[in-house]
Design a protein around this ligand. Structure first.
Ligand SMILES: Cc1cc2nc3c(=O)[nH]c(=O)nc-3n(C[C@H](O)[C@H](O)[C@H](O)COP(=O)(O)OP(=O)(O)OC[C@H]3O[C@@H](n4cnc5c(N)ncnc54)[C@H](O)[C@@H]3O)c2cc1C
Length: 322
């Protein structure tokens, strides 16, 4: 590990200032950052900790009936929060499915959205395209865990469970930087590898994700998060699906279906969503929605199994919610 200096920022403004020099990296819970430094995924000469900034912690009600979640709120707190469990079940379930109890107690929601990819070439001793090299080694190499949607020139999958739920819920983010605070929808936060290859979101090095805003729940909404992983202990998603259904009487008014573990950012399947609008879910419709989502996939040599997983996970989620 390289030597680095350490700054514990007391305010967001102080953190932005400290992050404004080359080689500085933000530290929240540290569960991902320290692994990245150790594995030399990124070169860091200054670590700027925001972990003591109280205004970034906790969940509070908004005047419009929605919720504000500070970026330093732990994943455990989100998984156990009564209002989130009651109204935004998809997010509570996704948070409960993250890693292990220790990691959920230490890791923050901001860090979960900003964590780096888990691709073994990126994390390993390979100078891959995402690290400034010329090739994505997954194209010809071991690609069983890689992207089946949106891949190329790099085929990593976004590792965050909570991001998938937040896209389904149409959450809004607040980003603080030298020019002030700006709002951005979580859908526009992530970037595709064919647009920017070396980072996964729009943040500049001296910008900080400060808050996540959940819209108020209007009418009857049902939601769920289903995660498929290789083993029952902590593991990243092979495939996951977040579903949010807004009901009008017995039919679906509006649906959001978002996939995790299969693309470089939470992958919305609008073809499946459109099939559900105005209809009552039954076995045939659930199967058709799964099939519509699967039709958009482009698997690599060893990850074709994910296509069937997507199809089955959507079908099962819809039937369980209905
Ligand atoms: C063994 C293991 C298993 C895991 N399994 C899962 C899993 O199943 N599902 C899942 O979703 N995740 C999983 N994770 C990832 C884990 O959830 C993340 O490490 C954690 O959420 C990161 O939060 P943190 O506060 O520790 O972030 P840090 O490690 O402090 O930061 C992570 C990255 O985000 C940046 N960052 C952090 N906060 C902010 C902010 N507010 N604004 C801007 N940038 C920021 C940092 O600079 C750094 O690059 C796993 C991790 C490990 C080590």
């Amino acid at each position: 590990m390289n030597n680095f200096s350490y700054v514990k920022a007391g305010t967001v403004a102080a953190a932005i200032k400290a992050l404004s020099t080359k080689g500085a990296s933000l530290h929240a819970g540290g569960t991902d950052l320290l692994g990245c430094i150790r594995d030399q995924v990124q070169t860091v000469n200054k670590v700027v900790s925001i972990s003591g900034i109280k205004e970034l912690m906790g969940v509070s009600a908004k005047p419009d009936g929605g919720l504000k979640i500070g970026a330093l709120t732990t994943i455990a707190e989100i998984a156990g929060h009564a209002t989130i469990r009651d109204r935004y079940g998809v997010l509570a379930q996704a948070a409960a499915d993250v890693a292990s109890p220790q990691l959920r107690n230490q890791g923050t929601i901001g860090g979960n959205l900003c964590q780096r990819p888990r691709c073994w070439y990126f994390r390993g001793d390979f100078h891959c395209a995402r690290k400034g090299g010329e090739l994505c080694f997954a194209i010809e190499g071991e690609n069983q865990y890689h992207a089946i949607y949106g891949g190329g020139p790099c085929f990593f999958v976004h590792p965050s469970d909570t991001a998938v739920a937040l896209v389904a819920l149409q959450a809004q983010l607040r980003i603080a930087g030298p020019a002030g605070v700006k709002p951005v929808s979580v859908e526009n936060f992530f970037v595709a590898p064919d647009k920017i290859l070396v980072k996964e979101n729009i943040l500049a090095p001296n910008e900080i994700l400060t808050e996540i805003h959940l819209p108020p729940v209007a009418g009857r909404m049902r939601s769920s998060y289903r995660k498929i992983r290789a083993r029952r202990a902590w593991d990243f998603a092979l495939t996951s699906v977040a579903v949010v259904l807004q009901y009008q009487a017995e039919t679906v008014g509006r649906a959001r279906i978002v996939l995790g573990g299969v693309g470089p950012y939470p992958w919305r399947v609008e073809a499946a969503e459109k099939l559900l609008a105005g209809k009552k879910i039954d076995a045939a419709l659930a199967a058709a929605a799964g099939k519509a989502a699967a039709e958009g996939a482009s698997p690599l040599r060893d990850n074709g199994y994910k296509v069937q997983m997507v199809q089955g996970a959507i079908e099962e989620s819809l039937l369980a919610l209905a």
